[in-house]
Design a protein around this ligand. Sequence first.
Ligand code: DGJ
Length: 744
Amino acid sequence: MIEILDEKIFHLYNEKISYIFYVMENQQLGHLYYGGALGAITADELGYFLERENKSAGTVKFSADSGMFTLADRSQEYPVYGTSDFKEGALDIQAADELWYLDFKYVGYEQVAEKKRTLDRPASYACSGEAETLIIHMADTDHHLELVLSFSIFADSSAIVRSQVLKNKGSQVIQLNKMLSGVLELPSADYEFIHLSGAWLKERHIKRRSLEQGTVSIGSLKGASGHQHNPFTALAHKQATLNDGVVYGTNLIYSGNFLVQVEVDEWQRTRLMTGIHPTHFNWQLGHEEVFQTPEAVLFYSGEGLNGLANEAARFAEKHVIDRKWMRKLRPIVFNNWEATYFEFDQEKLTTLAKAGKDLGMECFVLDDGWFGRRDDDRSSLGDWFVDERKFPNGIKVFAEQIHQMGLQLGIWFEPEMVSPKSQLYEAHPEWVVRHPYERTAIGRGQYVLDFSNPEVVEAIYAQLKKIIEETQLEYIKWDMNRNITEAYSTYLKAVGRPQTEFFHRYILGVYHLYECILTDFPDILIEGCAGGGGRYDLGILFYSPQIWPSDNSDAVERLAIQSGTLLGYPLSSFSNHVSTSPNHQIDRHTSLQMRQDVCLFGPLGYELDITKLDDEEKRAIQANIQFYKAHRDLLTHGTFFQLLPIGDTENEVAWAVCNQDRSEWLIGFYRKLAQANPPNVEYLKIPMMDQAKTYLINGAAQVTGGMLKEIGLKKPYVFNGVNHEQMQVSGDFQSAIYHLKEIR
Ligand code: DGJ
């Protein structure tokens, strides 16, 4: 997978991609190519691309003795600003009040075959033989700095994973103003920048814009990856479609403040960079100290957006999320939040759990309100001991009751937060993230705990551990409901670290708590959540195989949220709960069928008062759960495709999943609004069907793959105002599920 030509050209390749970089005339690293596989290649052949005259007009040459050489017209692996390249760079350092113009020269390389999974920090991993890493050593001798650049390639993926380590060899303390993780240089600007953006209750909608000369960026400064933007982005070639054409993707294995920036220069070349957001970031590096960036992942697809989605999903499932979750069943969850909110006691919960069990559910998740004295969202965060008014016999007895019913138990925590009205706050007001100003911002009535302080993390873990042990817990819902403002840590002040390190240290503290839990309880399933989808990223997925993607559980709203999310993340990570109608967030009325059909794709759950259902609804839920169980693997780990153009304004949405040999498919078709007088029949093409095969549709009709590909499935409605008796689906918010099975 890694070939080194003439000791200066590095070719990482597999059957899907080639990634090539080289040592330039000035001994820095130049980027040459990332794209579809070129196969084995010689240095002579590459010479054709390497030999060039530098003619870009108006440039400043690199140095007086470098002839025509200038960085302005070279693509680079880890560019810095200010040395004949005027674009923004990935690394920015100063010492005292002096800005440094960095010049990292190539020193040597090494190859590493192992990429182990360790819980201390989220990062990609691989089993033996699946990945190789090329490590390039660089040095800036004038500034006494060493820079190590890592490039990993995986046998089964188009991904290139990049990260960097900087070491200060000098005696002077330096300030790291910016140190990004990933750089992708493309020779043209014929791309659309695609990002997943939105807000609370409408996360990760697909946004697209054409690139123009200049800079566009998205990012987060909230202390979390955020509801508003997501670290997954893509550059889709202007001619790329759902299933064809070149699309690049990028992501970060990180959950804190981030930046994705795309700059197009005067020669229409594109530089995408991604990493920790430099705003309010400044890391102090003393003699022999190192700073390590999070990993950035680059993806390539020659098969359009669906190809990119598959690359991103497979990579996350095999190389980021703990792989054991590919084998272990995701339980069908009943969550009591939208059924009870804060109004419950043990009896009400056990009644709900029993009703859920009768319908086929497998795990009861006790949401917010079980601890301290929490009757609303204004108190008790930080007091992770049971409220004995609600559980008079203690949490252990409740857990036993749930387990005796044959259900798993899950419990909600919000470990990073504290309520002003809590025992924890009374005992440790200094553990709160708060500036010495008199003004203290508050969100949802709560403060953020200072997770940059290891003592705080240990104290919270001690409380969690007790509950996990007492309840023999199988599942944790880890929530996080407010963002950080006036970031300030009394701990950092006391230990003499600058406050500008806070955001990164905070998120490292969050990862440390995950590490503690999973070291002691490796089989516990942690579902990530941050007021819904406020932290849907690969850093969280490294520890949590699934995430509650949005507080909006409305079926129609979820279509756009899920379509956007699945562009960058696996189906198995997207947790679904069937909720009530009218929906609690948007007050929309939808049928139970539509709600269940949307929730089929991904780990399934229910979150409504099931004791109030009528018999017909109960039968429909039972049938759906049975169907889900029969197809669970397909619906959690199947290969996912969009069948119709995606965006938040589309009226129709169609999703497909298939198994590995593509012999079995499930297709979900969803229509938001009914159309007046439509054609009497419409078809839904499935472009990825195998022409040579024959399939059974819903156990009845038999059609060929060619027909499905070229003509399509019949859309499930026939309604032109006069043929009521023929219609299968009518009115707004309708759906249908098709099951396709290869029979020869
Ligand atoms: C926000 C979550 O997203 C909800 O599902 C629920 O757990 C509430 N918090 C509880 O406060």
